[in-house]
Design a protein around this ligand. Sequence first.
Ligand SMILES: Nc1ncnc2c1ncn2[C@@H]1O[C@H](COP(=O)(O)OP(=O)(O)OP(=O)(O)O)[C@@H](O)[C@H]1O
Length: 499
Amino acid sequence: MTSPAVEFRGVTKRFPGVVALDDVSFDVHAGSVHAVCGENGAGKSTLGKILSGIYQADAGEVRLEGRPVRFASPRDALAAGVAMVHQELAFCENLTVADNLCLGRLPSRWGFVDRGALRERARALLGTVGASIDPDRPMASLGVAEQQVVQIAAAVGEGAKVVVFDEPTSSLGEAEAANLFRLIDELRERGVAILYVSHRMPEIYRLCDTITVLRDGRHVGTHPTSELDEASLVQLMIGRRLEQYFPAHVSAPRGEERLRVEGLTRPGHFEDVSFTLHAGEVLGLAGLVGAGRSEVAETIFGIVPAARGFVSVRGKRVQIAHATDAMAHGIGFVPEDRKKQGLVLGMRTRENTTLPTLDRLSRFGFVDRAAERDTVRIYFDRLRVKATQETVTAALSGGNQQKIVMAKWLAAGGDILILDEPTRGVDVGAKAEIHAWIDKLAAEGAAVLLISSELPELLNLSSRVVVLREGRVVGELPREAASQDALLRMMAGLTSEAA
Ligand SMILES: Nc1ncnc2c1ncn2[C@@H]1O[C@H](COP(=O)(O)OP(=O)(O)OP(=O)(O)O)[C@@H](O)[C@H]1O
């Protein structure tokens, strides 16, 4: 019998104060897509990083086709046939697509790089994954989906036998995700073994043949997908049953107008955007990637000013030139890109959580540390943040960082909340908690503007959905009329522009 493509044997990895992986053993087979599931901080990314040479295990062994391997770097792993597809730019940004695809084996003639041959090789590689990206484009000009396609082409070009994907769809729209799934199916057909880390249930069930669950760094089971239904999977991950993903709505009558946006325009990003947001409602903002949703949110919060248009808060026109102006008007903002806008990664989790709240927690100019700790404890417990209050935020897993951004704005208690992809990268238990929280906030009178690429999330939580396409508002649907299909058609421009 042939050996499995990958065998993890007793793999253990410690970071200061935490055992990220504790004696993990399981096999991954060639020609299969193998999901790795678990709560935030369970050790999923760490496992992928050990396999692809970014981290080294403290104990245990990884075997590739039966042979023990120990990679000192991603380059080592790639040479042995293991590639990782990253969410963030993993390439040299200022080089072209072709340079990046052929790094390490640049074709040369008489001592010079042969640009023509380079371009041809890159084009051929991109062709193998059905992509028609111009090889001369600088990497930095590519969107996330295109960058991933280039990474997959590079992996195929290197003859990778194992490819690790870590939450690859978290920044993709529906169409881009569908394209990625097609490519992953093709990799499987070629006999590649795929390790697939994700929190998104539908895609795990769409793609994966086998599911491994980690909890607190320990292996709690490996099962064929066909033998593990969703409820059992969730129970394995979080150690308890989860009754519902979406809360039963606590209905709140629509109250006074809190926010009005009129003719808001940032040329090249969005044009003439108008809507109102009322107390007690969750207003969904839908659109494809690039439709301008996040840009509108950033402008309302004062991160990038508008060229034209007005914002009114509680019936009065206001000038919001900086985030501090927005906060003074009771606006809170959970941004899409937590690393750039949501968190100071070098700070402790406690400090990040109470940044907007320090005034309230201070007396005579001194922060009341006990009150600060109590506040933080409440939100960390409810969101089940897996870190101490003193942990440096950079050391947290991605999902736990997202929970800190949520905790920060929930603690700040503004009555207008803009949430841009609030559950991105968050595990299923905390996701349900955040959903219930959004619903409760609205029931208690907050006005919530919700941006989410996960349509079920948007549809279940919003009382109305405004649709943006190419920077313009193209329609509005009340909850009763907003089906996934109707929204997708509107987002893609396949329907009349009815309001
Ligand atoms: N470089 C690091 N330094 C210190 N601690 C780390 C580091 N990387 C990970 N950890 C810790 O190891 C544990 C596992 O993290 P890991 O990123 O593997 O989790 P995960 O399952 O991928 O979570 P998520 O779903 O949130 O991405 C966490 O407690 C995390 O804080």
